[in-house]
Unconditional design. Structure first.
Length: 678
């Protein structure tokens, strides 16, 4: 790995590193596409392709401006890639919620504590025309038929709905995520559906069937949370992990262990690599005459599962085969471009952001001169000194990775673990040196039936990690809730952090300043004072001067929405009250409720009968279930059933007598993945 030049030679240092900005500019183009308020028509895509070709030609004809034109071409390529991906996956989305006779082929099975979650394709929905039928449907089945396998057909009765839109303006877009996964409806099948044995269909179905059978075998041998974690680690199925255990894992900062990401890919392929190399080293004729290190790399590549992080592992192992440096920023830039080209929507999700944030920060900092000196000083150490050095390096690595991913964790999950470094000091080595090697061996011998004792050994390690997570999570303030962060500030943080990590020399400090400004900007976003769900079943208001931070209209309706609101507002469970117990701030009767803010009266009308009175005195009238009569013009803001049906969930800010309203539809625009607002 080349040593960085001195900080006095910024120009020479930056020229060879322009290539590292290719994935960044490509991602900027993708982000521009997703921020567009309307979908570009096909002629615009043709113009983008022409502009891309023109920028490449200009870079060749005018060498002095080649970097500028190449940057423009890369950004345009990102926009075009995202548009093409949207066109490629476009499929019908269910128009409205209802009961349907469903018939579909099972392509994925994920066991849960109360049955299974299935993905069906080749779907038929009773009287729904084939042109309006979703390509894929995700359903929960409480009583799956015995012997159900991927490739079988399933028939039954189901209540289906379009994938849900965001629960509040600026929240995660489940509908967009489902669109790019090809899922046009979600729901639940009732009763005992009928299974029709099938012959399977292609490699994808065969792999899904193997995963489901392996998960079933693991659950039989390792019941309870230990088996659920084992299934999550080995086959990516997390449905069998009880929610309280998941909460403890997240609070301890160990949630990344359950993700099928670069960590597991590295552990699996690394174990296979060293195992193959050790076996070949025992054969002198082979070890002395042939490059067994390269053979081991190719064998480990063949053993890697087909997941997104497969691209990263492929680049690293091919670098070994080609005698190149396997761990460098260039080896991360290529996988980033490939992953974004294949799945541009991945840029918007936490998996991609955290999977690349930690490696980029680690590689960039460990390329520096101080770490090179630290590595040289560590050569030849043994005994307790080597163990202490390993612990120090593990702590430093955990700290760097934690700091790099913390803003993205806070943005998507609204909470950050402050004990994650300590928790990872035990959990990561235990996972890398015991749990995952045992898991790989168990999967390897599972077809032969000798996996039982090995799974038991894996379970002992998982039990130790779960005990550690439970212990750490029980500490006071192990996890800090931060509420919703502003997306614009997070983007500035990401660009500033990349500037600081990708450049050498003094100019990187400008990126540090930009990253800090971005974090400040993101955290400065004030929370809304009023929230109303898109279906009108749930409302919430922020309170002042009481031990409760918010009051909600119902303690039973919209449970998922209520929980997401609580997290987005950075609140604990005991900080939520009901409207009828939040007096004197809120008065309720049979006609509705009235919230008295500092300078604003807000009426929540439950029936048309109460609208006449509410229209006379309220500053804001909210009637999510019924339309408001046209003569109601006294309130400064009126939101009725038609508004919620058209625009979805609403958020309102009250500031010094000013009323600022936002809705879900305004932030999403008219895009192919935007279905019914409710």
């Amino acid at each position: 790995m080349p040593a960085p030049p001195s900080s006095t030679d910024d120009t020479a240092a930056t020229v060879p590193r322009w290539a590292l900005w290719v994935p960044v500019l490509f991602a900027v183009g993708i982000a521009v596409y997703f921020e567009l308020p309307v979908e570009p028509p096909p002629p615009v895509a043709g113009l983008l392709a022409l502009a891309l070709g023109g920028a490449l030609a200009a870079a060749r004809l005018w060498p002095r401006g080649d970097l500028m034109f190449l940057a423009l071409a890369t950004t345009l390529a990102g926009v075009l890639a995202a548009w093409l991906a949207t066109w490629w996956v476009a499929a019908p989305m269910l128009a409205e919620t209802g009961w349907h006779d469903i018939d579909g082929r099972v392509v994925d099975i994920s066991r849960t504590g109360a049955g299974a979650r299935l993905i069906l394709d080749d779907v038929r929905l009773g009287t729904v025309p084939s042109a309006a039928t979703p390509a894929r449907v995700r359903v929960r089945v409480h009583r799956p038929p015995p012997g159900l396998r991927a490739g079988d057909r399933l028939r039954g009765r189901a209540r289906l709905a379009p994938p849900p839109p965001p629960v509040m303006p600026g929240a995660f877009d489940f509908q967009r995520n489902a669109f790019f996964a090809g899922i046009g409806a979600t729901g639940v099948m009732i009763g005992a559906p009928t299974r029709i044995a099938g012959a399977g269909a292609g490699w994808g179905t065969a792999i899904a069937d193997l995963r489901a059978r392996a998960a079933h075998r693991i659950a039989d041998r390792l019941p309870g949370p230990v088996g659920g974690v084992a299934a999550a680690l080995l086959v990516g199925q997390r449905g069998a992990i009880p929610p309280p255990v998941l909460d403890q894992i997240r609070a301890a900062g160990l949630a990344h262990l359950l993700a099928i990401s670069g960590l597991h890919m590295g552990l699996v392929t690394g174990f296979v690599f060293f195992l193959l190399r050790a076996v070949m080293a025992l054969l002198p004729p082979l070890a002395l005459r042939w490059p067994i290190k390269k053979f081991a790399a190719l064998g480990a590549l063949a053993a890697a599962p087909a997941e997104r992080a497969f691209v990263m592992v492929t680049v690293a192992l091919m670098a070994v085969v080609l005698d190149r440096v396997a761990l460098s920023l260039r080896s991360l830039a290529l996988p980033a471009v490939v992953v974004l080209a294949l799945s541009p929507a991945a840029l918007l999700g936490p998996s991609f952001q955290m999977s690349f944030a930690a490696p980029i920060a680690l590689v960039a900092l460990f390329e520096g001169p101080w770490t090179a000196r630290l590595r040289r000083r560590g050569e030849g150490l043994s005994g307790l000194t080597a163990i202490a050095r390993y612990g120090l390096m593990a702590a430093v690595s955990s700290l760097i990775a934690g700091l790099a991913t913390a803003p993205f964790v806070a943005y998507h999950f609204h909470a950050v673990s402050v004990v994650g470094i300590l928790a990872n000091l035990l959990a990561v080595p235990l996972t890398a040196l015991w749990i995952m090697p045992a898991g790989v061996l168990a999967l390897a011998v599972m077809p032969l039936g000798g996996d039982g004792p090995i799974l038991d050994a894996m379970g002992w390690g998982i039990a130790a990690v779960l005990w550690w997570a439970e212990t750490i999570a029980a500490w006071p303030r192990a996890q800090v809730t931060v509420g919703a962060l502003g997306g614009d500030g997070l983007i500035l943080f990401a660009l500033g952090a990349l500037w600081a990590l990708l450049w050498w020399g003094r100019r990187r400090w400008g990126g540090v300043v930009a990253a800090l400004v971005g974090l400040t900007w993101a955290s400065a976003q004030p929370p809304p004072d009023i929230l109303v769900s898109g279906d009108g079943r749930l409302a919430a208001v922020r309170l002042a001067g009481t031990r409760h931070a918010i009051a909600v209209s119902s303690a039973t309706a919209g449970r998922f929405t209520r929980e997401r609101w609580r997290l987005a507002l950075g609140l604990k469970a005991d900080q939520v009250a009901k409207f009828r117990s939040a007096a004197p701030a809120i008065d309720c009767d049979d006609l509705g409720c009235v919230f008295r803010g500092e300078t604003t009266l807000v009426a929540f009308s439950e029936t048309p009968a109460g609208q006449a009175e509410d229209c006379a005195f309220a500053d804001i009238l909210i009637s999510p279930r019924f339309p408001v009569w046209r003569g109601c013009d006294s309130p400064r803001l009126v939101l009725d059933a038609d508004d919620f049906k058209r625009a979805g969930a609403q958020a309102i800010w009250l500031s010094d007598g000013e009323i600022i309203g936002r809705n879900v539809a305004a932030g999403r625009g008219r895009r192919p993945w935007v279905g019914a607002a409710r």
